[in-house]
Design a protein around this ligand. Structure first.
Ligand code: ZN
Length: 414
């Protein structure tokens, strides 16, 4: 049994004034690939509805799957795995170093440091580094690679301990974590306390504007509690004695923002882009109920179109597979209602091959098996990499197959 609790106050401002903004169909916790079909099918659907705070506008999940179930030893995501991410981190570290005037020996702390890929880049530049991550297996890999890592969920207590043992930090970094934590208040308070007077907090999160505009369905999953926009965040930072000084939009995860907040009073000017992005959010009514309702309508339309397409093709005897055992695939399958139509999922990831997808028990096969088990259509579940996947597998189309991408709209190519 998975325990699900319902949050009753906003993550950013503690207001109890919360309203349902967009219904998302219940979905199995996507990372729970099972060793057998039966085991995989035991993972139940859990709610994924998007709620909105009437006071600060923050968009968030309120139904919480217990943390021990979400982030256990089977948690397979490792940031160092793709070259694109490593390159992104190299640039990220270099830019942060120059922008905030870091010097050799300065302490850089990363919350949710994963396998230490980003901290290694800061280490190369001469920083002292310390990681904090709750996943013990991955943290051990980071330590083995020379990145000191504390196994913990970062909070005010952990921050106080770090301050006592390592001193104050010039830079605290939290990538993705800041959307993946239920208790943002204790993280922000801890960060604020840990920072030097001239310290900066940088975090990267999916951007609500991109999620809604591009229908980034794959970014909506149970570990992703918060769907951030700058307006509610600015207020939240002020509440924790920090001020947003820079916001940069980047393409990662289909659309994210890198937000930098200085300790209140630190000697950095606020970038002009901050006011511009706040204005754009206001003009596009980003954090309003109407915008979320529009998103739900778009989702339903996408679902109806996909189902109609699949049904027609099935009646003609066509077969379907999926490409990419990414977390986003499970959310897509659930929203589109196509679990029974997918014969297998192709992926070469060693942690996924031979396993079965959470909730639906769809087998994961290596990409090479497509030769023995051809299908008429392949859904691109790893939608972020759609172009590369299609380009890297020309044999599928040459053999008569067609690709289906459904984010942000249904497209059949081949
Ligand atoms: Zn709020």
């Amino acid at each position: 049994m998975i325990k699900i609790t319902k949050r009753t106050v906003c993550r950013l401002c503690d207001s109890p004034e919360l309203e349902l903004g967009c219904h998302i169909h219940g979905t199995p916790v996507a990372e729970k690939y099972g060793a057998t079909r039966a085991e995989a099918r035991c993972v139940p659907d859990s709610p994924l509805d998007l709620y909105r705070c009437r006071d600060c506008g923050h968009v968030q999940l309120l139904d919480l799957v217990e943390a021990g179930f979400l982030f256990d030893e089977h948690y397979t995501y490792r940031s160092g795995q793709t070259e694109a991410i490593i390159r992104h981190f190299q640039e990220y570290a270099k830019e942060a170093w120059e922008k905030w005037g870091l010097q050799r020996g300065d302490l850089v702390v990363e919350i949710g440091s994963n396998d230490g890929t980003l901290l290694k880049e800061f280490q190369k530049l001469g920083a002292k580094v310390l990681g904090v991550d709750p996943a013990s297996t991955i943290a051990a890999e980071a330590v083995a690679a020379g990145v000191e890592t504390i196994v913990a969920f970062f909070d005010e207590k952990v921050a106080a301990k770090i301050k006592a043992s390592h001193g104050e930090a010039k830079l605290v970094v939290a990538n993705n974590v800041f959307a993946h934590s239920d208790n943002l208040q204790t993280i922000a308070a801890g960060v604020s306390d840990l920072l030097r007077a001239d310290g900066v907090f940088m975090f990267e999160v999916s951007y609500l504007q991109d999620v809604l505009e591009k229908c980034l369905l794959g970014t909506i999953f149970h570990e992703h509690f918060s769907y951030h926009a700058v307006t509610p965040l600015a207020r939240f930072m002020r509440r924790n004695a920090m001020e947003i000084v820079d916001v940069k939009r980047v393409g990662i995860q289909g659309g994210s923002i890198i937000v930098s907040a200085k300790k209140a009073g630190a000697p950095y000017a606020v970038d002009k882009g901050v006011a511009a992005i706040l204005r754009a959010e206001s003009e596009s009514q980003l954090n309003t109920l109407g915008r979320l309702q529009d998103f739900e309508r778009m989702l339903r339309k996408l679902c109806d179109e996909t189902k109609a397409f699949v049904e027609k093709a099935k009646n003609e005897g066509k077969t379907f597979g999926g490409f990419g055992a990414a977390r986003s695939g499970t959310t897509l399958i659930a929203q589109l209602g196509i679990a029974d139509d997918i014969d297998f999922i192709l992926d070469n990831h060693p942690d996924k091959v031979g396993r079965f997808s959470a909730g639906y028990g769809i087998e994961v096969l290596p990409v090479s098996s497509l030769a023995e088990r051809p299908v008429d259509y392949l859904f691109v579940f790893a939608w972020v990499h759609a172009k590369n996947i299609i380009a890297a597998n020309p044999g599928f189309v040459a053999g008569g197959g067609k690709w289906i991408t459904c984010v942000p709209k249904l497209e059949v190519t081949g």
